[in-house]
Design a protein around this ligand. Structure first.
Ligand SMILES: [Zn+2]
Length: 137
């Protein structure tokens, strides 16, 4: 049975930050261990970086794709979380990078426009989710 003392203990438990996630990386041909965020999907061993500060962390891409008449999908924008191990403390904080494709005009049928609108809403929600994940607490 839970007592008042138990609930006070839970409520005042110190919030200790999670231990850093260490993952292997290849730097100048040497295998080293780097701190890597939970959201990072980069295989740091696959890329042989020259210096430790060249290690860059990236999350999975969130893409905005719209259907075209030829049945193919066209990429309009792509967003992901990035963080670098170089620079000042502020420069190392995660940021959300959004790349917009060079699309001059997009002529959509009404049905394509409806799908595009749905995907814009979904992209917006996922972009907000990336911002929440990238926010340093
Ligand atoms: Zn990483």
């Amino acid at each position: 049975m839970s007592t008042l003392a138990d609930s006070i203990e839970v409520a005042t438990a110190p919030t200790t930050p999670a231990a850093p996630r260490l993952r292997p990386a290849l730097v100048d041909g040497q295998r080293v261990w780097v701190e890597c965020e939970e959201w990072c999907v980069v295989d740091h061993v696959a890329e042989n970086e020259r210096f430790l500060v060249d290690v860059t962390h990236a999350g999975a891409a969130v893409d905005l794709l719209v259907p075209r008449q030829n049945g193919r999908l066209q990429l309009l924008a792509s967003a992901r979380i990035l963080a670098s191990d170089s620079g000042s403390v502020e420069e190392r904080e995660p940021m959300v990078a959004v790349d917009f494709q060079d699309v001059e005009s997009l002529y959509l049928s009404p049905s394509e426009a409806v799908v595009a609108a749905d995907r814009l809403v979904e992209f917006e929600a996922r972009l907000r989710a990336l911002a929440r994940v990238a926010t340093v607490v």
